[in-house]
Ligand binder design. Structure first.
Ligand code: HEC
Length: 592
């Protein structure tokens, strides 16, 4: 039995009993004397042969041989321990589906990581966090039971890098059966139900021909040499942010999630990198979309050399989001090494959805995207709750601290003066606003917000508005639980379907060459499908959307510079400049 499974079983008496009941009969497919079938054999089989969907469906549903259907629903609801798989064939390529089954812990679906709880009486539970309030947590354990544990009974609660999905499930199958199972997963596509009439959620996104070109800017990928001690998983994290240093047209900072920032100097056709800062000892990036996620330069950076960093740390046993003010050296070459000033401290509820982006608006105030920091479904309705900072766009004044805060509240913040609302809130009803930007010409605030099972959305965000989560997901009603009488919900400008992508990455309105057909087009992308899109709108109603290019690497950020050039940041370490010169944003010329 492999060590991961042993570790897994030790924590979970319930799955151990499932295993004992014959569900995980390891080695069953191996001939008694022959060479054992390796995971590579299964991968080879499923990559090279076609399987049969109907046989795969039967295997998936067979709770005696495989426990798939105990943990995964197919109704789009996702009420089990694992993610709903209704659109899994849209969201992942065949190879990724094979990996998801052969190595469940290699990449863990956001919102479905494992939480371990030890009670004061010594019981250990392992499951997926489904609810966390001040008084109790609820874990869904492997057999689909929900366990409620009072906060007062918890001795320790911690996250884990090991998936609740057991490793080795394939060993109960022959490679041919495994191929059938994968074929079935590939066949699971988001049904084109009643959505097709929604204008902002088009069925097809035609690709431009010829496409825009992504030109690598570096000779080699930017990587962090080794994972800092005690942070397993940090080695697998990658680049998450890039931005131009104000006043230096060819100087960029590029940030690695683990806490390393490089200075990249661009010169004709290539770029050189130097270490700018290394915050790895303090940054928490071991699990989930946490780490050093966003940087912003002060509007008077040339004079005061101040910049701001949004990062997660581990503080009193909780993943905590910090907003820090730092300063660069007098020659603007690196971080000064001076201790930072701490502006915000936001302890997480769940280990994900802490937003990623910070940006100064044209008004000189700092905007922050905060996710709902909740288990999936946002069961407490944090994004609709104006008393909490979660699920919001926030806006603060870094220059004029209030008497009781390290920052000030701009006098025109919409909820200032209300006793039932946090004054920092600028807009609300968001789930995970990972990247946002301001149009450098109009000042419009464009937010890309990640949805749950159905799709992600692009919102043009205005003061005090409510973008719907978790009453709405994209254009669709999601839940009535936190609907309030008289509340108004602003529909997105655009929402993806799962066949388009599964983690939207906000970009910028292109304001480079005024003669370019792309001038004024909002250019953004998707982490998972690696596609780069451009769209236009009229009064927040979608006009045209086109696919411009496909990135070789998963996209985490789309950056711009003062000249309006756009850059795509690849999670695996490469940055690309988007070359639009050979393409045309001409709807008539688009091909499918
Ligand atoms: C004990 C519960 C459990 C069982 C049994 C189980 N899974 Fe999972 N599965 C999970 C959890 C939890 C995740 C999310 C964490 C992760 O990514 O590993 C997951 C993730 C996945 C994913 C990736 C989905 C995504 O959105 O990232 C696929 C595909 C998948 N499982 C397929 C299967 C198949 C096929 C089987 C049966 C052979 C199976 N699972 C059995 C719990 C389970």
């Amino acid at each position: 039995m492999n060590s991961v499974l042993v570790r897994f079983l030790r924590y979970s008496p319930i799955v151990a009993s499932l295993a004992g009941g014959g569900l995980l009969v390891l080695g069953q497919a191996n001939p008694p004397t022959g060479k054992p079938t390796t995971p590579e054999d299964y991968r080879q089989a499923a990559m090279t042969r076609d399987g049969e969907v109907a046989r795969g469906r039967t295997l998936f549903a067979d709770e005696k041989r495989l426990a798939c259907s105990k943990c995964h629903s197919l109704d789009g609801l996702g009420l089990r321990a694992g993610p709903d798989l209704a659109a899994v064939g849209d969201r992942f390529a065949r190879r990724e589906l094979i990996d998801a089954v052969l190595q469940p812990s290699a990449t863990i679906a956001v919102g479905y990581s494992t939480t371990l709880v030890t009670t004061k009486s010594g019981e250990e539970y392992q499951g997926v966090l489904k609810l966390a309030t001040d008084s109790a947590v609820e874990l869904m354990i492997a057999d689909g039971q929900k366990i409620r544990i009072a906060t007062s009974d918890i001795r320790e609660q911690r996250g884990s890098n090991i998936s609740l999905m057991p490793e080795g499930l394939q060993t109960g199958l022959t490679p041919a059966e495994f191929t059938d199972l994968i074929e079935y997963l590939v066949s699971l596509k988001q049904p084109d139900h009643a959505l097709s009439h929604i204008h902002g959620m088009p069925e097809n996104i035609p690709a431009l021909n010829p496409p825009a070109v992504l030109r690598p800017l570096l000779d080699a990928e930017l990587k962090v040499a080794s994972a800092p001690a005690g942070t397993p998983g940090a080695a697998t994290t990658g680049l998450v942010w890039m931005g131009q240093v104000p006043g230096f047209p060819d100087r960029f900072l590029v940030a690695h999630q683990a806490g390393v920032i490089w200075r990249v100097e661009k010169s004709a056709g290539h770029a050189d990198k130097t270490l700018f800062a290394d915050f790895t000892p303090e940054v928490f990036s071991a699990r989930g979309p946490n780490g050093l996620l966003g940087i912003a330069f002060h509007p008077q950076f040339a004079q005061n050399r101040k910049y701001y960093v949004k990062q997660q740390v581990m503080e009193v046993g909780k993943i905590t989001t910090l907003l820090l003010e730092r300063q660069v050296t007098a020659d603007f070459a690196r971080d000064s090494g001076q201790p930072p000033r701490r502006l915000m401290t936001i302890p997480s509820v769940a280990e994900h959805h802490n937003g990623g982006c910070i940006q100064f608006g044209p008004d000189g105030f700092l905007y922050l995207g905060m996710g709902d920091s909740a288990p999936n479904f946002d069961p407490q309705g944090s994004a609709q709750d104006l008393r909490r900072l979660f699920g919001k766009m926030l806006r603060i004044d870094v220059d004029h601290p209030a008497a009781d805060l390290p920052y000030g509240i701009p006098s025109d913040n919409p909820f200032l003066g209300r006793t039932d609302a946090r004054p920092e809130i600028w807009a609300y009803g968001l789930r995970e606003p990972w990247r946002f930007s301001f149009d450098s010409l109009t000042g419009d605030l464009w937010v890309a917000d990640l949805g749950q099972e159905r799709g992600d959305e692009i919102d043009l965000v205005r003061r005090g508005e409510n973008y719907g989560w978790n009453v709405y997901e994209g254009f669709e009603l999601f839940s009535q639980t936190h609907r309030r009488d008289g509340a108004e919900y602003v529909a997105p400008l655009f929402a993806t379907r799962r066949k388009h992508g599964s983690a939207v990455i906000g970009g910028h309105v292109y304001r480079g060459d005024v003669h370019s057909s792309f001038y004024g087009v909002y250019i953004f992308g998707d982490y998972q499908s690696k596609r780069v899109w451009g769209l236009t709108h009229d009064q927040r109603s979608l006009k045209e959307i086109r696919q411009l290019a496909t990135s070789p690497q998963a996209i985490t950020c789309i950056a711009n510079d003062a000249a309006g050039n756009l850059y795509v940041v690849g999670y695996a370490g490469m940055i690309y400049q988007l070359d639009l010169s050979g393409a045309r944003f001409d709807p008539a010329a688009a091909t499918k």
